[in-house]
Design a protein around this ligand. Sequence first.
Ligand code: GAR
Length: 209
Amino acid sequence: KKRVAVFISGGGSNMVSLADACAAPDFPAEIVAVISDKPTAGGLAKAQGRGISTFVFERKDFAGKAEHEAAILAALADIRPDIICLAGYMRIISGDFIRVYEGRMLNIHPSLLPLFPGLHTHQRAINAGMKIAGCTVHFVTEGMDEGPIVAQAVVPLMADDTSETLASRVLTVEHKLYPLALRMLSEGKVRMEDGKAAFADLAANETAK
Ligand code: GAR
């Protein structure tokens, strides 16, 4: 099984969906660590309740971004993850860090990228008059929310949606999509090649249906 480290900053519902998928005996990955930049992240207790080791690296405990990331990289050297999944990790990771795990790091973003990268994505989708919304799992590259797309899922955007109602509808499909994308990467059905996502065969896409 591929060893996975999940990075969180908040409630960790995507981390839980990955952990639940990993609990199935035939799933090709296992979560070996959950890393948070926030000691108050609700996901930490959920990980511990599942017997997953947790680590907290608060930015304010380090002199700078480089020192903060160096501490996380040092911990990862012991954890030895094959794959890193960013799951609501609300921090921009430097190019130096990303290069260490290039092609092995996924992020989930709650919009149909390349639309609405960054923050306040649901309100921006509503303001734009979108009739659909969704989420994207992509390889992490240096440009924020710009990496090659691995998988996407769509939901309707209703006339009376607020950013809260839309966020919760998108979250329900995030919880299906992220385990699917992790399975694809773990099984070698997708890889990053020349800055693009390369898919091994059509069967990998079939599983999305
Ligand atoms: C999710 O909607 C995730 O897509 C989003 O934060 C939420 C975390 O929820 N991520 C980003 O906005 C990344 N910029 P969770 O902690 O319950 O998984």
